[in-house]
Write a protein that binds this ligand. Structure first.
Ligand code: MG
Length: 271
């Protein structure tokens, strides 16, 4: 979706520690926004099997019970899907922020809603076209669609890419957009709206002295890093390739370390 607009690789979180502490010490509360796949949950071959690590679920539960902290999960999965996978947060954003659940309210981006029928049609065409590719899966997420090719034999991946491109062009015209993820192709409405916009909406409900933290692992998280940095903290999980995040951690296990620290030590640093 949105490429990083800074060229610098994120620094290991432990090297950013003074800044992390200072950011929290200047704040009265914390908004922690978390991607799901690759962040709370290790990436697995079958996306249906993805579950948060036990320690991440525990840490999120603790944060959700901490009055000074608001917890949001911001995922590319459909809202109904991601809600079933992780308990505790008071806020969930699904479909890269196109749908947002806060309290009892669910809001859907109006333009995305208009395109839902076209996504439905597109997914049906893709399913037929890709049916003969071993282990290729088309997921209809109502507002967006995903072609999963993690388990596809590597020789067949170029075919998956080409067919998907051609079909998105012919069914979507200029109303749908194709963007890459980790071993997936995402198809959604061609909208200037992403995870970063969802984070802005959520952050606007918090007091102005709130430290906003975003943790994610993929290209679609870059817009959210851009939203929170430099006043808040963006943490990229995994690689040290250039990112809008200023800090990075290695893995979902390291995310759990950080979230546990947030739920125990960090709240005592708040103003
Ligand atoms: Mg992810």
């Amino acid at each position: 979706m949105e490429a990083p607009d800074t060229a610098s690789p994120p620094q290991p979180l432990e090297e950013q520690w003074p800044r992390v502490r200072a950011t929290i010490a200047d704040a009265t509360g914390i908004l922690v926004c978390l991607d799901f796949d690759g962040t709370l949950a290790p990436i697995v071959e079958d996306p249906d099997d993805a579950m948060p690590t036990e320690r991440n679920q525990e840490a999120v539960t603790t944060l959700a019970d901490t009055p000074e902290v608001t917890t949001a999960v911001v995922s590319g999965r459909a809202l109904s899907d991601v809600r079933e996978r992780i308990d505790g947060p008071s806020i969930y954003a699904g479909n890269h922020g196109l749908e947002l659940a806060r309290g009892g309210d669910v809001t859907v981006h109006p333009v995305a809603r208009e395109h839902a029928a076209r996504i439905e049609r597109l997914c049906a065409v893709l399913e037929v076209a890709l049916a003969s590719v071993p282990n290729c899966r088309v997921e209809n997420k109502r507002l967006t669609g995903t072609v999963h090719f993690r388990a596809v034999p590597s020789a067949a991946v170029p075919t998956v890419r080409r067919l998907t491109h051609d079909i998105v062009d012919s069914v979507g015209g200029d109303t749908l957009e194709l963007s890459p993820g980790k071993q997936i192709l995402e198809i959604g409405p061609d909208l200037a709206w992403g995870k970063g916009d969802a984070v802005k909406v959520v952050a606007a409900d918090e007091p102005s002295e709130t430290a906003v933290i975003y943790v994610g692992d993929d290209v679609t998280d870059e817009s959210a890093f851009r939203t929170v940095e430099p006043d808040g903290l963006g943490i990229r999980v995994g690689s040290d390739e250039p990112s809008n995040a200023s800090a990075r951690v290695e893995s979902p296990a390291a995310v759990a370390d950080f979230l546990s620290w947030l739920g125990s030590t960090a709240v005592d640093l708040l103003e």
